[in-house]
Design a protein around this ligand. Structure first.
Ligand code: ZN
Length: 123
């Protein structure tokens, strides 16, 4: 690689970086701060997704306990159910797409869920 006179700025604090042009940070403290912050954001994102899935799971359990075989999706979304969050999806013949939320599986139409059941454990 040739010498570059382009000024690079520290990803963390924006200070111009002296020395090697492949450096991303001005110092090890900035490198650690940047990585710690990234890790924190990833952790929060993962928790948000997991909490959404867990809420779906608890709602599906409530529906199974209630014995309602054809709950309306809008009634579930009123409780906080988010149909776009699933842990698994399987396209079945005849359009009976099967969705999973951990060990609970279900099918759905435009308006309702049906066939909500505990799926056999995988593996
Ligand atoms: Zn810095």
């Amino acid at each position: 690689m040739q010498d570059s006179y382009e000024e690079k700025l520290c990803l963390n604090c924006g200070t111009p970086i002296k020395g090697r042009t492949d450096k991303l940070f001005c110092c090890s403290r900035c490198k650690n701060e940047w990585h710690n912050r990234l890790t924190g954001e990833q952790r929060r994102r993962r928790e948000r997704v997991f909490n959404t899935l867990w809420k779906n799971y608890k709602i599906l359990e409530l529906v199974m306990e209630s014995g309602d075989p054809l709950p309306e999706i809008h009634a579930l979304t009123d409780l906080g159910f988010r149909p776009e969050y699933v842990t698994g999806f399987c396209r079945r013949r005849g359009g009976r797409d099967e969705y999973r939320c951990f060990d609970i599986s279900y099918n759905k139409t435009e308006a309702r869920l049906y066939n909500i059941r505990r799926a056999p454990e995988i593996g």
